[in-house]
Design a protein around this ligand. Structure first.
Ligand code: UD1
Length: 386
């Protein structure tokens, strides 16, 4: 130990924050890496309760072998302002009570920004995992969360090299940024062997797995972005396009509660023919990995699925105009098709015609991102450089 190092015993716990579904697969390997680190890094798991349904939260904790949260803030749903404010209000006393060495947040959901803001105002260092991703589309709530969280963060871990350039453009010192690779892929590789087969998943929901035996296989669909599902006309058009796709190969549609509610509200249920489209509730992680791994293609507007399909080598068509994860397009299997019917159908035709992207797995998407973060964070905390 050099004289400038903080003694290990005096380093407080790392408060690790999760709130919504895409956070859980990022945090699980980090907590395991903290426990495996020599010496172990003490952690306190806080769930804000932004997602609370069994399928959106509890099931994933089991699948990912996440420990029960030490603290659940139970904020639930609300407008962005209400949800963010409620997380902040309930998170502040947690910091006061536990005196953490830092607060570690992942991804870009409302809970990420809310907790980063509380910590930074209390002079507690903020650590952001999955920093520097930019869609450059401020109409996305996640983009606002990403930009602001990165401004507040003291230590920033990136998943792809393009992120460092984005951060530099925003005036964030290079010395605060560390390229660690993608923790989400740590979870994916850790879970592959335990993944449930697609046929078993359909059986579990009392749907006929024969649907999957189509000569062209099947496509997995997920869709929940407000820009795709909140407007009745946009949602109706997308469902119409999905119906056309389902005439070429069957679809397994894992439906987010927001999407389901809007389909019901706007009376659009009959746009999807149940003989060609299996509609499932939000899926557990092991089900989702199994569904994706066996699919001919994935149609999605999710951020995480763009990365997971790239790691699995499964072609992905992303129903968005832009992506904050450009490496999935440049090196992986991802193609941006927006909401345009022709672009989506052309994308499907390319894949079915054998012209889909094969891609390669990006640098440091190797299952070891979390141990790299643990090692760096420990050194950083001990150096007390923040
Ligand atoms: C949030 C994230 C988004 C992420 C997505 C994954 C933000 C800004 N967005 O969006 O980046 O891709 O999670 O799912 O944080 N609901 C339930 N049960 C739940 C949770 C939500 O029924 O457990 C319903 C509620 O009606 C709620 C709506 O879904 O109002 C939206 O939930 P919310 O957490 O506000 O945002 P998501 O759309 O899930």
């Amino acid at each position: 130990m050099t004289s400038s190092q903080t003694p290990a015993a005096t380093i407080g716990p790392v408060i690790c924050v999760v709130g919504a579904r895409p956070n859980f697969m990022k945090m699980a390997p980090i907590l395991r890496a903290f426990a495996a680190h020599e010496p172990p890094i003490a952690a306190l798991l806080v769930h804000t309760g932004q997602h609370y349904d069994h399928g959106m939260s509890h099931q994933l904790f089991e699948d990912l072998r996440l420990p029960t949260p030490d603290i659940n803030l139970e904020v639930g749903s609300g407008s962005h302002a209400v949800q963010t404010a409620e997380v902040m209000r309930r998170f502040e006393p947690v910091i006061d009570e536990h005196r953490p060495s830092c607060v570690l947040v992942v991804g870009d959901v409302n809970s990420t920004l809310a907790c980063a803001l509380v910590a930074s105002k209390k002079a507690v260092p903020v650590v952001h995992v999955e920093a520097g991703l930019r869609s450059y589309d401020r109409r996305m709530p996640e983009e606002i969360n990403r930009v602001l969280t990165d401004q507040l963060a003291d230590r920033l871990y990136t998943t792809e090299r393009s992120a460092a350039a984005n951060l530099q453009r925003e005036g964030i010192a290079e010395s605060r940024v560390c390229f660690s690779g993608n923790v989400m892929i740590d979870s994916l590789l850790d879970s592959r062997e335990r993944a449930r087969s697609a046929a078993d998943t359909l059986r579990l929901h009392e749907l006929d797995p024969a649907l999957l035996l189509h000569p062209r296989g099947y496509a997995v669909v997920t869709m929940h972005r407000p820009s795709n599902v909140d407007d009745a006309a946009v949602l109706g058009d997308l469902l119409q396009t999905l119906d056309t796709v389902s005439r070429q190969l069957p679809l397994v549609f894992a439906m987010h509660p927001r999407t389901r509610a809007n389909i019901e509200r706007h009376g659009l249920r009959d746009r999807l023919d149940p003989s060609r489209v299996a509609v499932l509730p939000p899926q557990g992680y092991l089900e989702m990995v199994g569904l994706m791994a066996g699919a001919t293609l994935v149609l999605t507007d999710s951020g995480g699925l763009q990365e997971e399909t790239t790691a699995l080598g499964v072609p992905c068509l992303t129903m968005r105009e832009n992506t904050e994860r450009p490496i999935t397009v440049e090196q992986g299997t991802n193609t941006m098709v927006g909401r345009d019917r022709t672009a989506i159908l052309d994308g499907v035709a390319d894949i079915l015609g054998g012209r889909g992207k094969r891609g390669r797995v990006p640098e440091f998407w190797d299952g070891h991102a979390a141990p790299r973060i643990a090692a760096d964070l420990w050194d950083w905390l001990r150096a007390g450089a923040h």
